[in-house]
Design a protein. Structure first.
Length: 119
């Protein structure tokens, strides 16, 4: 994986809730999906994916950060002191996602995918 999850913060606070990712290697952020799930009774990650956010196509560089806010807003970016960039994205949901202790952020790298229109 060329992106990694750094943190989930502001849980349950709609205005502050966000997931922070770090770019490990240069890549296109549009090759990743972030989702939330819970844990099973055995402490394993559940396969029930509740919300999914396909990151927009965007070239990101090693050392950059991506902040994904749960709320709606305008996407932006800014330069950090060290010369890297923080990309600020908005999921556009109407309620907090990370509001329970058992919630889990899962990041998927999409190496191959296909689509077919339903008829």
């Amino acid at each position: 994986m060329k992106l990694g999850i750094v943190s989930v913060s502001g849980q349950g606070d709609y205005d502050r809730e966000l997931v922070t990712l770090k770019v490990i290697s240069d890549c296109d952020a549009g090759s990743y999906i972030l989702t939330d799930t819970t844990y099973t009774g055995e402490g394993e990650i559940s396969s029930l994916l509740r919300h999914m956010y396909w990151l927009p196509d965007r070239k990101v560089w090693k050392g950059d950060f991506i902040q994904i806010y749960t709320k709606s807003g305008s996407d932006s970016s800014f330069t950090n002191k060290g010369g890297t960039t923080t990309h600020v994205l908005h999921w556009g949901l109407k309620t907090p996602v990370w509001n329970d202790d058992g919630d889990c952020a899962v990041l998927f790298a999409i190496s191959e995918w296909q689509h077919k229109a339903a008829k």
